[in-house]
Design a protein around this ligand. Sequence first.
Ligand code: NAP
Ligand code: ZN
Ligand code: ZN
Length: 349
Amino acid sequence: MTIKAYGTYGADKPLEPLEITRRAPGPHDVQIEIAYCGICHSDLHQARAEWVGTHWPCVPGHEIVGRVSAVGAHVSGFRTGELVGIGCIVDSCRHCPDCEDGLENYCDGMVGTYNGPTDDPPGHTLGGYSQRIVVHERYVLRIRHPEEQLAAVAPLLCAGITTYSPLKHWKAGPGKKVGVVGIGGLGHMGIKLAHAMGAHVVAFTTSESKREDAHALGADEVVVSRNPDEMAAHAKSFDFILNTVAAPHDLDGFLVLLKRDGTMTLVGAPATPHPSPNVFNLITKRRALAGSMIGGIPETQEMLDFCAEHGIVSDIELIRADAINGAYERMLKGDVKYRFVIDTASLSA
Ligand code: NAP
Ligand code: ZN
Ligand code: ZN
């Protein structure tokens, strides 16, 4: 069936209203009426072809929440009327070691919610800046937050899991000093989650104006990273640093803040590479520089349940679909507190 969406036909073109087709639900599919969809910086990277291989038209959006409107004959886990979410993954090979471990995010056959290969309908996947989506039940998440928080739950589906997964993997918790670099969509969730896990949290920002907010989000300390004295005060002290910055920058300034055996994990995915770090900043303290990509489906459900239990949602600015282009410009300036979310009811208005 045909539905309304927002997307773009080229890297240098604005997003505009368009119509797309969704398949009828198959035996294992869940059909979802999308209520809200978050705007991730990855949407901008993809829509502007800053990463290789964007297919047109590009309909971004992988922070999707909504209500089930139909289920296939063999779906047992979901029923019509339930609140559910779809994150960054809508399919994977389902039999490789990564899929068997519930880490579909690392499957070579992972299909992204947008710009991924699909036969049904043929072409590429189209994301959540749209009215409806149809997804195999394996990739559907259950939402246990109260319904009035639904819009603010949407960003958990990418920003939440992308920060939760590395924080868990590198054991953020009581007794650990954890840094979060960049207070944007991912970073503000990283601060909330690391705080809820019990770590001592230090937020790093380039924006003096975010200092007070960072404390309110759960940071025990805030460092304006442009200030060398503030940075030097934390030398050799961190167990773990989660770096969410969306642009190339000097990694050494943060590596030297790690203590012996500390790790800095990059989740930001800038269009062009960072300047290479100085190897001496790694070898002299057995430090590690790592990366992490979203999270698997079971882990995403675990994160949603953790957030529901701890009353954690995203801080959002709700917008109409016709405000997406302006939102992209503000996101590039770091001017969002802290995630734009599209009210998809505006697609039909
Ligand atoms: P965002 O909301 O735009 O936040 C990025 C933040 O980085 C900004 O708010 C700003 O924070 C800081 N920043 C931006 N430019 C900077 C610069 N030139 N120097 C220093 N700091 C800068 O973006 P997001 O949605 O959180 O996404 C962040 C990155 O993660 C993007 O590259 C995105 O594609 C990537 N991502 C990766 C994954 C994954 O699986 N690994 C998943 C989702 C997104 P301050 O104002 O506090 O400095
Ligand atoms: Zn994302
Ligand atoms: Zn697989």
